[in-house]
Design a protein around this ligand. Structure first.
Ligand code: LCV
Length: 259
């Protein structure tokens, strides 16, 4: 069973997450399939991409495949990590990527939909950022995705509580573009995609890339960069980091000791 399905219709490419057995966890295999499909979309001249789960999905994506997280000693979200590769694929894809969201979105998948260019969600959709729950020291570009999508206090509430937030709450803060009933969301999203597809792909592509460059333009001194990496290394080498991942695998609540 393929972990994603895809199709192209009138210049709009749709990628459907199809890995229900693992709640569409963003495994290396699934990420590679999405990246390859986006490349095919580029070759086919796709003007808008829609990223979605199966209609009626209870879980849009459970985020990073926890089984693929290193237990310690290695950066869990390094440059070559599948989630980091996927975020860059979406941000660098020359056409707009619209996240069509039904179901619950967890962890790195929350960052993934925030990295998309627009979000359309059903009223029942929920969004939970889980590094604090899992004990993962999120990385700087990942946190920047949250900061570029959400007001700082909302980003911090998401990241520090790990509690799911409703689509209505995120729409109120301009993070979600439209909240649309499940029975209408596919047509609504395709209509918006068709509107975009009629416009200039060159102008849209260059504006998307400029917005990406401007949103990422932050001066960070080498000393600050090394300090961030040192702080994160101390966390992913900690007893608590291993506890978070082991608790997940053992299906129990973690007990964090702050060390
Ligand atoms: C691997 C999974 C996963 C999964 N990986 O079904 O943002 S960070 O820093 O935290 C980042 C590192 C990150 O993204 O971490 C992942 C964060 N994700 C979560 O915390 C969500 C974890 N999953 C859940 O809470 C539940 O699975 C939900 C609520 C999504 C669905 O619950 P439900 O009862 O419907 P199960 O929990 O029974 O899951 C079905 C199968 O999917 C696997 C899970 O281990 C189970 O596999 P088995 O049947 O082999 O036991 N699964 C779920 N999430 N992220 N595998």
């Amino acid at each position: 069973m393929p972990q994603i399905l895809s199709d192209i219709n009138d210049g709009v490419g749709t990628i459907t997450l199809n890995y229900a057995a693992k709640c569409n966890a963003l495994s290396e295999q699934l990420v590679n399939a999405i990246a390859a499909t986006l490349n095919d979309f580029k070759d086919a001249g796709v003007r808008v991409a829609i990223l979605r789960a199966q209609p009626g999905a209870k879980v849009w994506s459970a985020g990073h495949d926890v089984a693929e997280l290193p237990i310690g000693g290695l950066d869990p979200l390094g440059w070559q990590d599948p989630l980091r590769i996927l975020i860059r694929e979406v941000e660098n894809f020359a056409a707009p990527v619209i996240a069509l969201i039904e179901g619950s979105v967890w962890g790195g998948a929350c960052e993934l939909v925030f990295a998309c260019d627009m979000l359309v969600a059903t009223p029942e959709a929920t969004f939970a950022a889980t590094p604090a729950k899992l004990g993962v020291p999120y990385n700087a570009t990942g946190l920047l995705t949250f900061l570029n999508a959400a007001p700082p206090h909302i980003a911090k509430e998401l990241l520090f509580t790990s509690r799911p937030m409703t689509a209505a709450r995120l729409e109120r803060h301009g993070i979600i573009n439209h909240v649309v009933p499940a029975g209408e969301i596919s047509e609504f999203t395709h209509d918006m995609a068709q509107t975009i597809a009629q416009n200039s792909p060159l102008a849209i592509g260059v504006m998307k890339e400029q917005l990406r460059i401007l949103a990422a333009a932050h001066a960070l001194s080498p000393a600050d960069f090394e300090r961030i990496q040192g702080l994160r290394r101390a966390v992913y080498n900690s007893r608590d980091y291993a506890e978070g991942i082991n608790a997940f695998k053992e299906k129990r609540l973690p007990v964090y000791l702050g060390k």
